[in-house]
Design a binder for this molecule. Sequence first.
Ligand SMILES: [Fe+2]
Ligand SMILES: [Fe+2]
Length: 299
Amino acid sequence: MKSPVSVSERRAVRERPTRWWLETLERRRVRQSEERLDLATRDAWQTDEERRAAHKFFNAAFRAEESGLRQAHDLAADVAAFDPELSEVLRLYGDEEGWHRELLTEFLGAIGGKVEPMGRVTRSFYALYGRAKRMETIVLTNLMFETIGSTTYRMALRNVEQPAARKMLTILTRDESFHVPLNVHFLRNVLSRTPRAARLRLKLVYHALFVSLVLLPLASRPKAKAFDRLSTLELSRGYAKMLAGLFEREPDLGLNPPRWLLALLGIRREELGDEAVGATSLEAAEQAADRDRIEVRAL
Ligand SMILES: [Fe+2]
Ligand SMILES: [Fe+2]
């Protein structure tokens, strides 16, 4: 059994310098080439509906990787002027998303699908994100996208039995869970250079994004539910819990979740500190520094 993390250990992890993230990402890159998808069971679906829903599910994942890759590399270019080390971390992080995009392309082809054009909701979402110009807005948005991504994968793992899909989900869950605290590190860095007035603006962005992301399952469920078997309410609650728990754990970021929405979804404050929410914590990232040591558990 894992021993509880002490306050001083938590502080030590929180104060990890950019160098630590850089070295960790470099180690992870070396291990990447050893990773293999499990394609022997690619045709073992219970129904055709399940397989088609899997195509939709992994297409959404593909678009998330594509957006993550582009934003990370754009940020790397912007950051290079004042923090070359952080810029390198962003580049390696973007490369990990690029590697996921390749894995997903291979996986989609193997299960008889392909990369499809984006649907209306997805397109509007990414178009809006693409218009964000301020660095703190981009990093916060990316952090929140990473959070709902890792939540979706982790929750899907609870229900999905198809072995090839489970393997794909396990890789994504493990890596996206690492990307959440990595983006917290980015946000903390960017915020240290953000003027007070812009921080107030960021709170509004956080609230608007929080609400939009919690409503997102209304659009994704009709397409993907036959694969992941998650209901709208279940997934919305999962998103709200993880998005709120993340910022509860990092109070210095000064972003407080919309209490009315948590109350509406029946989420109590005590629930935000539980073990499942801690899956994307900095402490979990510390344990995931070596890809082999992480234990991916379903939410
Ligand atoms: Fe990814
Ligand atoms: Fe990611």
